[in-house]
Design a protein around this ligand. Structure first.
Ligand SMILES: Nc1ncnc2c1ncn2[C@@H]1O[C@H](COP(=O)(O)OP(=O)(O)OP(=O)(O)O)[C@@H](O)[C@H]1O
Length: 243
C-alpha cells in the first residue's frame, strides 16, 4: 500500500513557485519535507493536501478530502470553544445534534495520548501558542486520516513536546498504516523521526530518499549555506551541528 501524488506546477502571478513533481511514500511512513525559507515546502504540502485540487492517491485510487488531514503553518483559534469541543470539530461531518459517546471517548483519548487531558475543559482562547498547536493537531488526528499533512507542526513547541508530538506521529503512521508528510526546519529531528526526506529548494525537488542519502554535507551546504558537522548520536541517529 502506498501514497502517490503527481503534483502539477504552481504559479503565483508569473512566477513558478513549484515545479511539477511525483511523490511516492509507502504506507506507515513519515515523509519529512525540508529546505530553506522560501524553498516551497508550504506550497508543496498544500498541493499534496489537495487544498485547491486533489492529487493524492492511495493504491492508485484518488483520496477524498475526508481522508486527508491538513494543518497549515499559521494557526490560531480565538473562538470561545473548549479544548474538547475544538478537538471534536475534527469529526464535524460525523457529528449531529447529539455527540456520540464513542466520539467523546475518542477525543479524550487523543488528548490523553498527547498529554493534554488536563486542558480538556479550558477555553481555546486561554491556551498558549504551543498548547493551541497541539490541540489543533489532536483535532486532525481524531479524523484518523490516511494522509496527514502538517506544515511545521512543532514550530511553537519546547524540546519535550517536540519529542512527544514527533513520536506520536511516527506511531500514528505505523499503527494506522497511514502516511504523515510534514515540514521541519530542525534537520536533526528530521533525521531521527522521518523515514524518508524530500529536500526542496527554489520550488524544485532536489532529492528524495532515506536520511543518509539526503542529509550529506554537500547537500546541506548547498541548500542552507552552512558548513555542517555530522555527528552520530548514541542511538545511531545523525546529529547536524551548524557552523
Ligand atoms: N501568494 C504568493 N504570491 C507570490 N509568491 C508567493 C506566494 N506565496 C508564496 N510565494 C513564494 O513562493 C515561494 C515558496 O513559498 P513557501 O511558503 O512555499 O516556502 P516555504 O519553504 O514554506 O518557506 P518557509 O520555510 O519560510 O515557511 C517563496 O519564494 C514565496 O515568496
Amino acid at each position: 500500500m502506498s501514497l502517490t501524488a503527481d503534483l502539477p506546477p504552481v504559479f503565483k502571478g508569473r512566477s513558478q513557485i513549484l515545479q511539477p513533481m511525483q511523490i511516492a511514500v509507502p504506507a506507515g511512513q513519515v515523509l519529512g519535507v525540508i529546505g530553506p525559507n522560501g524553498a516551497g515546502k508550504s506550497t508543496l504540502l498544500r498541493s499534496l493536501a489537495g487544498i485547491d485540487v486533489l492529487h493524492a492517491r492511495w493504491n492508485g485510487q484518488p483520496l477524498s478530502h475526508r481522508q486527508i488531514g491538513y494543518m497549515p503553518q499559521a494557526f490560531q483559534m480565538n473562538a470561545r470553544l473548549s479544548v474538547l469541543e475544538a478537538v471534536l470539530l475534527g469529526k464535524r461531518e460525523a457529528l449531529g445534534w447529539r455527540i456520540a459517546t464513542a466520539d467523546l471517548e475518542a477525543a479524550g483519548a487523543v488528548l490523553a495520548d498527547l498529554g493534554l487531558a488536563h486542558l480538556e475543559g479550558r477555553s481555546m482562547d486561554r491556551l498558549s501558542g504551543g498548547q493551541q498547536q497541539m490541540v489543533l493537531l489532536a483535532q486532525r488526528i481524531l479524523r484518523a486520516p490516511r494522509l496527514l499533512v502538517l506544515d511545521e507542526p512543532t514550530s511553537a513547541l519546547d524540546l519535550h513536546h517536540q519529542l512527544v508530538i514527533l513520536r506520536h506521529l511516527k506511531s500514528y503512521a505505523q499503527d494506522k498504516g497511514a502516511v504523515v508528510a510534514l515540514a521541519l526546519h530542525d534537520l536533526t529531528l528530521a533525521a531521527r523521526f522521518c523515514d524518508r526526506l524530500l529536500l526542496i529548494d527554489k520550488g524544485q525537488r532536489l532529492v528524495i530518499g532515506d536520511n543518509e542519502t539526503v542529509l550529506t554535507s554537500r547537500q546541506i551546504t548547498e541548500s542552507w549555506n552552512i558548513t555542517p558537522e555530522l555527528l552520530r548520536a548514541r542511538d545511531g541517529f545523525c546529529v547536524i551541528v551548524p557552523h
